[in-house]
Design a protein around this ligand. Structure first.
Ligand code: 5AD
Ligand code: SF4
Length: 458
């Protein structure tokens, strides 16, 4: 059991069921999907935060009854100060669709019988919308305003937050519920912070966001004021004196627009490293994950990025053992990994998160199967990572020196491909970019020899 209403009575749920046995069954399912979100049944609609009217369309009279009930609920919603969410499910919802909201604007959600597994997502979206209306849009901007305008930094690398939140609603993930909707920080503020970092010796910035490439916002007036996306932001930041390297993380395939792809070709400061999570190589699983892209769509993005920047290092995240994942689905993931060839990747066993649609899906797999698949995947990814690192041997790479190494006289730094590089050199190189000839490679790092350093750098 997930808990009694007393234990978890965070939010009240009232479901009115009309019609056949099928609707009675569906109402139970709706209750089940909502329980992990903290919704517990209440006796009367007045006490509910969410009212679901599960409708029947069999006769016209039944439909009219629904509209009359919705009229009553509208008055209750007004009395609740707008906090009540009204959802219409079932056959009237299916048949009338948008018309329902036109006729009764107090309705927040309309969901057909095939959409119950999306209820948590729909409720989260609706409650965000209600939150926006109640608390004004001010809040989202304030969230970034709360960040200090200038920061003390230590070392030549720093993160700069540019975006927060997620609207993607992957069915396994809690982030859209916990971190809220996608919002972008103002370009002016990002530029201000980056300038201040550069003046303190920062040479490499990593732009941060849950869906960083969903970033968009008006350019400074002096730049024309157009709506910029991440590619334009990167180009602009690369002109700030002292900023020699730009990275961004984490991105989503759906937001990988043409301009960002071409920025990888025309902006030398944009480092040749792309962390683009794919999660699975099976279209069936990607669909169940609500990822909004196929495996081939992902392959195509990577091919285009590689055309723009042939040496780019590609990284990803994977989930193995998503509910319903078959041997063939898992093999499709392995094949995708073989096709792409990753520089580095992070892989996880699917973990059921209460309140997410996947938690309610059929076909959860045993830990044994998940473990086996994770080991197979990680074995392949380790091979690719080792191979990628070894491919640098013999090259001279520009390394951003980030500090002293473990042994006396040793320094460490970062290659453009985000690999750790160890080499012998003086401490005075800290914070500088120097050429290092790579002579050795392991799974997690490179070793190299310092090339001649120009007087001006020393
Ligand atoms: N189970 C396993 N892995 C998850 N991730 C997110 N949610 C889950 C989950 N429920 C992984 C995804 C994501 C990374 C940050 O964490 O791979 O990209
Ligand atoms: Fe959003 Fe990423 Fe979570 Fe998907 S996995 S819902 S894109 S944060």
């Amino acid at each position: 059991m997930t808990g009694t209403p007393e234990e978890k009575s965070l939010k009240g749920l009232f479901i009115r069921t009309y019609g056949c046995q099928m609707n009675v069954y569906d109402s139970e399912r709706i209750r089940d999907v909502l329980r992990p979100l903290g919704y517990a049944p209440v006796e009367a609609p007045e006490a509910a935060d969410l009212v679901v009217v599960n409708t029947c369309h069999i006769r016209e009279k039944a439909t009219e009854k629904v509209y009359s009930e919705l009229g009553q609920l509208k008055r209750m919603k007004e009395a609740s100060g707008g906090r009540m969410t009204i959802a219409v499910a079932g056959c009237v919802a299916q048949a009338e669709g948008e018309e329902l909201i036109r006729r009764q604007p107090a309705v927040d959600l309309v969901l057909g019988p095939q959409a119950y597994h999306k209820l948590p997502e729909m409720i989260a979206r609706a409650s965000r919308a209600i939150g926006d209306r109640l608390e004004t849009e001010f809040d989202t901007i304030e969230k970034f305003d709360a960040l200090p305008k200038t920061r003390e930094v230590d070392g030549p690398t720093a993160f700069v937050s540019v975006q927060e939140g997620c609207d993607k609603f992957c069915t396994f993930c809690v982030v859209p519920y916990t971190r809220g909707a996608e919002i972008s920080r103002r370009v002016d503020d990002i530029v201000f912070e980056t300038r201040s970092l550069a003046s303190q010796g920062v040479r490499e910035i990593t732009l941060l966001g849950q869906n960083v490439n969903a970033f968009h916002g008006p350019a400074p007036v002096i730049e024309g004021g157009d709506d910029w996306t991440l590619g334009q932001l990167c180009r602009h930041l690369s002109k700030i004196g002292g900023i020699e390297r730009i990275r961004y993380t984490t991105s989503h395939p759906r937001d990988m627009d043409d301009d960002l792809i071409s920025a990888h070709g025309d902006t030398p400061a944009l480092m040749p490293f792309l962390h683009l999570p794919v999660q699975s190589g099976s279209d069936r699983i990607l669909k169940a994950m609500n990822r909004g892209h196929t495996a081939d769509h992902y392959r195509d993005i990577i091919a285009r990025v590689r055309q723009a920047r042939p040496d780019i290092a590609v990284a990803s995240d994977f989930i193995v053992g998503f509910p319903g994942e078959s041997d063939a689905d898992f093999e499709a993931t392995m094949q995708l990994v073989r096709d792409i060839g990753y520089a580095i990747a992070y892989s996880f066993k699917y973990s059921s998160r209460p309140g997410t649609p996947a938690a309610e899906m059929h076909g959860h797999l045993s830990e044994v199967v998940k473990d086996e698949r994770l080991q197979a995947l990680q074995g392949l990814l380790r091979e690719q990572q080792t191979e990628f690192n070894a491919s640098q041997i013999g090259k001279s790479l520009p390394v951003l020196v980030t500090g002293k190494g473990r042994n006396p006289g040793q320094m460490h730094g970062r290659s453009p491909y985000l690999q750790a590089v160890h080499f012998e050199g003086p401490e005075s190189l800290n914070g500088k970019i120097v050429d290092v000839k790579i002579v050795g490679a392991s799974l997690n790092s490179l070793t190299g020899e310092l090339m001649r350093v120009p007087e001006a750098v020393l």
